[in-house]
Design a protein around this ligand. Structure first.
Ligand code: NAD
Length: 302
C-alpha cells in the first residue's frame, strides 16, 4: 500500500522528520523540493502544523485529511469547527514545554531574590546596595497546580529545600499532596508565602486573581512571579504594592501587553525583572514539541 502523505508546511526539528519518515510519505512545504498544499490536497492524510494556518477551505479541499497535529498548544490557527464537522482529529503538545517554563520560573525567582536585575543595571554603588535572600527554608506559594506548577514544586523542594504550598480548587487535596505540595486556601497561601507564583490559565475567574488585596495579604518583603498569562496578576496593583515597599520585587515572563512597551511603568521599577514570554523557548522544548506532534500523527495512522 502507498504510504500516507504527511505535509509539514514550515520547518520543524529534524527529529520529527526522522520519526515520521518511518511511517509516512513526508512532504515539506519549504526548502528545495517544496510541495505546496495544492499539489497534495487530494491525498494528504496528516498535517504537522507549527505556525501556518489550516482553515476550513483547506479542509474541504482535502478529503483524506484526518489529523492536524499542532506543534505547541495554541489552536487559533486551526478551524476547529470545520475539523469537528469533518471528523478531523486535532492534537496539541501540552507537556512539551512544562520543564522549560518551570525552570524559567525558578530563574526569575532566583534573579529577584538575589537582586540580579539591579546588579546588571549597575547604577551607583551596586555592590553595597544588594542584600539577597536564600531560597532554602523559604516558602513558595503556587496558584494553580497543574503541570508547570508541579514541576516548579519538585525543583523548589528537592533542589532548594523550600516549603511549597499550592492553591487549586479544581484539584483534590490528595492529588495536590501526591504531586508534591501542601494544599492551601488562597488566604492561607498568601499569608504564608515569601514568593507567590501564578500557574493558571487566563479565564474570567483568573483575570486579576491577584490584585491589591491579595498582594497586601502577603508578608512584607514578598516576591511575585508570573509565567502564566498576562492579566492574571493586576499590574496596577503590583506597581502600588512595589511602590509602597510592601513587595521586594517581581519576575514577569508575561504581561497584559506583549511585548511590554519600553516606557511602561513596570520597566522603571528596579526590582522587577521582565522577560518577553520566553519561558518555553529552549532547544529541548522545541525538539519535544516537534517529536510529540510527530508521535500524535504516528499513533493516529497506526
Ligand atoms: P495546566 O492546565 O496543567 O494547569 C493549570 C492549572 O490551573 C490546573 O490545575 C487548573 O485546575 C488550575 N486552575 C484553573 N483555574 C483556576 C483558578 N481559578 N484558581 C486556581 N487554579 C486554577 O497548565 P500548565 O501547562 O501548567 O500551564 C499553566 C500556565 O502557564 C497557563 O496559563 C499556560 O498558558 C502558561 N504557559 C506559559 C508559557 C510561557 O512561555 N511563559 C508556556 C506554556 C504555558
Amino acid at each position: 500500500a502507498e504510504s500516507p502523505i504527511v505535509w509539514i508546511p514550515r520547518p520543524v526539528h529534524d527529529d520529527a522528520l526522522v520519526l515520521l519518515r518511518e511511517h509516512a510519505d513526508v512532504r515539506l512545504g519549504y526548502g528545495e523540493e517544496a510541495t505546496t498544499f495544492e499539489e497534495i490536497a487530494d491525498r494528504v492524510v496528516g498535517i504537522l502544523l507549527r505556525t501556518a494556518r489550516v482553515d476550513g477551505e483547506m479542509m474541504r479541499r482535502a478529503p483524506a485529511l484526518s489529523i492536524v497535529a499542532r506543534h505547541g498548544v495554541g489552536l487559533d490557527t486551526v478551524d476547529l469547527v470545520t475539523a469537528g464537522q469533518r471528523g478531523i482529529t486535532v492534537t496539541t503538545t501540552p507537556t512539551a514545554n512544562t520543564r522549560s517554563v518551570a525552570e524559567h520560573t525558578i530563574a526569575l525567582l532566583l534573579a529577584v531574590r538575589r537582586g540580579i536585575g539591579i546588579a546588571v543595571r549597575g547604577e551607583g554603588d551596586v555592590r553595597a546596595s544588594i542584600q539577597g535572600r536564600e531560597l532554602a527554608g523559604s516558602t513558595l506559594g503556587l496558584i494553580g497546580f497543574g503541570r508547570i506548577a508541579a514541576s516548579v514544586a519538585h525543583i523548589a523542594r528537592h533542589g532548594f529545600g523550600m516549603r511549597v504550598l499550592a492553591f487549586d480548587p479544581m484539584r483534590s487535596a490528595e492529588d495536590i499532596a501526591a504531586d508534591g505540595a501542601e494544599p492551601a486556601t488562597l488566604a492561607e497561601l498568601l499569608a504564608a508565602s515569601d514568593a507567590v507564583s501564578l500557574h493558571v490559565p487566563l479565564t474570567p475567574e483568573t483575570r486579576s486573581l491577584i490584585g491589591l488585596d491579595e498582594l497586601l495579604a502577603m508578608p512584607k518583603g514578598g516576591v511575585v512571579l508570573n509565567t502564566s498569562r498576562g492579566g492574571t496578576l493586576d499590574e496596577a496593583a503590583l506597581l502600588t504594592a512595589l511602590r509602597r515597599g510592601h513587595l521586594a520585587g517581581a519576575g514577569l515572563d508575561v504581561t497584559v501587553v506583549e511585548p511590554l512597551p519600553a516606557d511602561h511603568p513596570l520597566r522603571q521599577e528596579p526590582t522587577v525583572i521582565i522577560t518577553p514570554h520566553v519561558g518555553a523557548q529552549t532547544a529541548e522544548a522545541m525538539r519535544r514539541m516537534a517529536t510529540d506532534a510527530a508521535n500524535r500523527i504516528i499513533e493516529h495512522l497506526s
